[in-house]
Design a protein around this ligand. Structure first.
Ligand code: FAD
Length: 388
């Protein structure tokens, strides 16, 4: 293989471009906006390995979280990866039981997590209001991390460009070029690019792209509101906090990033609802209840992200017989998974040999009615914005 077009410059496109350039391919990245202008800049972007099922998908996430460490060393400072513990607790006995059961299962899989007294909250995250935690037990994931996803994208693309990748922004792909059963390039208006592989990394728009090649991807688009506070250095948050109603983590510039399932559950009527000030205020208020320092801060911005969620919750990786040459690289939890998926996908394209670790994720598989990744079951009950 010598030429590849990567469609989309989010985390997955950036990882694919980096690994393709590293393998000596002639790479062109085509992106409608700028670097990380899609979901990869409107994401909570933490290491979500602990939430993943079934076991094989957990292992894939764990491997990728480890590959973030290796990649960050390879690419050098500044690093997008911020290691810190993640602390979790529930409100009700049932929530607490779910968190405990998950931790027991994770420990049986060799995952580094432990049970802790609530008093440890004061050591791990002293600025969190202890009164916000009525639980009798915490679960602590000592080796967690959050990722600065836009910086991750820029680091990968800058390195790919140094290795010769041609990266073009402001170019929307509008069609595919076909030769028999094979896709051999893309069109953007009247312009054409030909290649041995076209890699579909269009995130929530991946199905729209696939349809240009006569392929349909079973993909839901599930919205989420991500808040970012004004700078609040006194928050001094030294852990990712997964409280019952809100998750909080540090963000660049001494800010605090927040997300809440109870808020996301109200985002039912499409992107316009993302501008709903009441929801933004609710998100900020939930954060203030857990982290009192936020009471002196405002919400500087709230971005509506769109999660690309395959119907069974697992990634869509590989090509299809109707459109060989078009390789799909689409997943939720893509920030955590980008290192390993980009690497394995490129190995498959270059060697023309399937990798058994990607076998459960082929786009043409039979989709079970049940969502396989249990952390997505609550989400997948949400209405799809795309209606597909
Ligand atoms: C609220 C929320 C919270 C999340 N939390 C986490 C988390 O904690 N951990 C985690 O790992 N993941 C998380 N995710 C998921 C993760 O952010 C996504 O899986 C990931 O960002 C998807 O990256 P991507 O590269 O596939 O898509 P994107 O970042 O959307 O990139 C796709 C790119 O394709 C471009 N594009 C689309 N159509 C065209 C076209 N026709 N021509 C040219 N370019 C095109 C778009 O402009 C875009 O830049 C979260 C997502 C959301 C929304």
């Amino acid at each position: 293989m010598s030429r590849a077009i990567v469609l989309g410059a989010g985390v997955l496109g950036a990882s694919a471009a980096y690994h393709l350039a590293l393998a000596g391919a002639e790479v062109t990245v085509l992106e409608a906006g700028g670097p990380a202008s899609g979901t990869s800049s409107a994401t909570f972007s933490i290491d979500v390995t602990h939430l993943k099922t079934p076991r094989s998908y957990y292992e894939l996430n764990r491997l990728s979280a480890e590959e973030h460490i290796v990649l960050a060393e390879e690419l050098g400072a500044p690093s997008w990866r911020h290691p810190m513990p993640l602390i979790q607790w529930g409100h009700t006995a049932r929530e607490q039981q779910i968190i405990r059961d998950r931790a027991v299962r994770l420990r049986s899989w060799g995952h580094p997590c432990r049970f802790a007294e609530p008093t440890e909250l004061n050591e791990l995250a002293p600025t969190v209001d202890a009164a916000a935690c009525a639980a009798e037990e915490l679960v602590v994931h000592d080796r967690s991390a959050w990722y600065d996803a836009p910086l991750f994208v820029r680091s990968l693309l800058d390195r790919a460009a140094l290795m010769g990748a041609d990266i073009r922004y402001g170019l929307r792909v509008t069609g595919m070029i076909r030769s028999g059963d094979r896709i051999v390039g893309v069109e953007s208006g009247s312009r054409r690019w030909e290649a041995d592989w076209v890699v579909n990394c269009a995130g929530p728009d991946a199905d729209r792209i696939a349809r240009h090649a006569g392929v349909s991807l079973p993909l839901k688009q599930i919205p989420g509101l991500v808040g970012e506070s004004t700078p609040v250095p006194e928050a001094g948050l030294s852990a990712i906090v997964a409280a019952p109603d809100v998750d909080l983590r540090p963000a660049p510039g001494s800010r605090i990033c927040s997300i809440s399932w109870s808020v996301d559950a109200m985002l039912s009527s499409g992107p316009a609802s993302g501008a709903d000030l009441r929801l933004e205020e609710k998100l900020h208020r939930l954060g203030q209840e857990v982290l009192p320092a936020l009471r002196t801060a405002r919400l500087a911005g709230a971005r509506l992200g769109v999660r690309p969620v395959p119907a069974d919750g697992l990634p869509l990786i590989g090509t299809t017989p109707q459109a060989e040459g078009l390789y799909h690289l689409v997943t939720h939890s893509g920030v955590n998974l980008a290192p390993v998926l980009g690497r394995l996908a490129v190995q498959e394209m270059i060697s023309d040999q399937p990798d058994s670790r990607l076998a459960p994720y082929r786009p043409g598989r039979d989709m079970p009615a049940q969502v396989q990744d249990e952390s997505l079951q609550v989400m997948s009950d949400q209405p799809s914005l795309a209606g597909n």
